[in-house]
Design a binder for this molecule. Structure first.
Ligand code: HEC
Length: 146
């Protein structure tokens, strides 16, 4: 039994060596999303940790193997949709992502449930969902007339 604990603790320490690169890309104000403050508040509270270059890192972001899961969420989230590059996203891609955004918010697929467990205030209420839907619709409309 002692041996098992020894190896388990040893393993837990050794894996800490593999650290994700958490540097946030610099923010370019010319291309970030800029919309009314109510919408910004909801997006910043519920989406920005995975969909922007303004991720707020907490202590457990540095504890392997949790850190590996979180960093892959952030990396893949930014790939799917990055509000920090909002004005540089190809209009066709953006249109498609906005349609998806309406779906994932309505189906409670975003914000991810494991994220809501750790960030209770990220959960979207009915009002917040309506607000986001109206924002996504307005963006879609703007792109459709281009
Ligand atoms: C914990 C991290 C996290 C949070 C918080 C989060 N997302 Fe995501 N999101 C992801 C990841 C990772 C992906 C890539 C696909 C996947 O793994 O589901 C993604 C994908 C997406 C996509 C593309 C989906 C598709 O199928 O094309 C949209 C749109 C999206 N998220 C919108 C949002 C919105 C809107 C919010 C806030 C209300 C949000 N996400 C919050 C991690 C997150």
């Amino acid at each position: 039994m002692k041996k098992i604990i020894f190896w388990a603790v040893g393993f837990a320490i050794v894996i800490q060596v593999i650290r994700p690169d958490y540097t946030n890309q610099p923010i370019d104000k010319n291309i970030t999303l800029d919309t009314d403050s109510q919408v910004m508040n909801v997006l910043k509270t519920s989406c920005y940790d995975c969909h922007s270059n303004e991720t707020q890192y907490l202590w457990y972001h540095n504890v392997a193997p949790v850190s590996w899961v979180l960093s892959s969420n952030i990396e893949n989230g930014r790939k799917a949709l990055n509000f920090s590059n909002w004005k540089n996203i190809d209009p066709k891609v953006k249109l498609e992502r906005l349609e998806r955004a309406k779906k994932v918010v309505n189906n409670n697929m975003m914000p991810k449930s494991e994220y809501v467990l750790m960030h209770e205030n990220a959960a979207l209420g009915a009002d917040e969902k309506r607000l986001l839907e109206a924002f996504f619709d307005a963006q879609i409309k703007e792109l459709s007339v281009l």
